[in-house]
Design a protein around this ligand. Sequence first.
Ligand SMILES: Cc1cc2nc3c(=O)[nH]c(=O)nc-3n(C[C@H](O)[C@H](O)[C@H](O)COP(=O)(O)OP(=O)(O)OC[C@H]3O[C@@H](n4cnc5c(N)ncnc54)[C@H](O)[C@@H]3O)c2cc1C
Length: 382
Amino acid sequence: MNRRNFLETAMPAGIALAAGVSACMPKSQQMYPDKHYHISRGYHHIPKLRLSMDRIVKETVGLRPFRASGPRLDVEQLGNKTLVHNYGHGGSGWSLSWGTGNIARKHVLATQEKKVAVLGCGTVGIATARLLQESGCEVTIYTRDVPPNITSNLATGTWSPASRVCDVKVVRPEFRAVWEDACRFSFRRFQFLLGMNDIACWAEEYGVFQNEPNYVPGAGGEDFEVHGLLPERVSLSAREHPFKANHVTRRSNLMFNIPAYLRHQLQDFTMFGGKVKIQEIRKPEDIDALPEKVVVNCMGLGAKPVFNDEELTPVSGQLSCLIPQGEANYKLYTQGANFISRKDGIYIGSNGIVGNWDTTPSREQTEKTVGILMKLMEEMKG
Ligand SMILES: Cc1cc2nc3c(=O)[nH]c(=O)nc-3n(C[C@H](O)[C@H](O)[C@H](O)COP(=O)(O)OP(=O)(O)OC[C@H]3O[C@@H](n4cnc5c(N)ncnc54)[C@H](O)[C@@H]3O)c2cc1C
């Protein structure tokens, strides 16, 4: 009996039939049937989320420090102190932290003082402090709270440098160039934080909509755009994605694994001799009492009462956190909901309520966004 006859006799009918079918297939499909299917359809690996209300382990509301005229980046003299402002980044503080930190650094270096106080230990304060250290300054951070008890800890953690950064109807025309410089500086800086246990990394971001949205999908309020940094957003044909939707886009975007990132930054700061002192600044006189002659104000929304900044307004944003799901490492926007998959959880959100100081999470908001995403996942192919 030759090998072919042996196989035909030995195999049950079903398997023989399958073998017959596979004999008609192209060779690559026989070897890797699933892989071939996914490649030929242009699919990327897009696992479904395990979504249910009992998998929500945390709900938070953070307050974005919004200023219609953009972040405050000027310098003022306060008694014998030089005060450099660096606060009010709205929904873009993570993205712009290095860039506006660099602007603050230039102001500080112009004074030629080497002992510098930084007020605030959020992502903006820590980035500014690190840049000052790199320029040879001895830095002490004075702060009411440290991570995780800061607004920066309650963010989504994606590259969104234009998100609620200003109101285009109010902002001065010069701001656009300042913003663009800050974007480019930050973006370059983030490239040096890649590959360090994923504190910063690249992820695929999908926009999934029934009708073409009349805005560029993003974290919200993105009136400014900077070209040539992120890869272009591409539209996917129905054969290239598993969603039940007419308009699907994909692009690669930067994201930040917030808890690990902040820890890494603080460790670097202390490794280079930086000190962190827990101290609340209640009034300008408290700043005057600090030993350093140059002070950088990175207090975010906390700057409002100290400097009577009437422009500074909270824009609250709720995030609902699902248990992390290692294989789901992408980001998605759809009508009424979005999520980002980080190492510490899958963060679903986020809304934006202007002028809202209330940080109580709403169960209703979580149910709404989870419901929208559950439907989207149920309708996904595969
Ligand atoms: C839901 C949500 C999602 C977001 N998503 C993104 C995103 O994806 N990408 C992005 O780029 N940005 C995002 N943001 C915006 C970003 O989180 C903020 O712009 C950023 O955290 C501001 O950082 P900060 O360091 O200025 O402020 P904070 O993190 O608030 O830090 C301020 C620091 O100052 C200290 N402080 C305050 N008052 C005083 C005081 N009186 N005395 C002493 N210390 C004081 C605080 O204790 C704290 O240490 C998001 C925000 C929210 C709420």
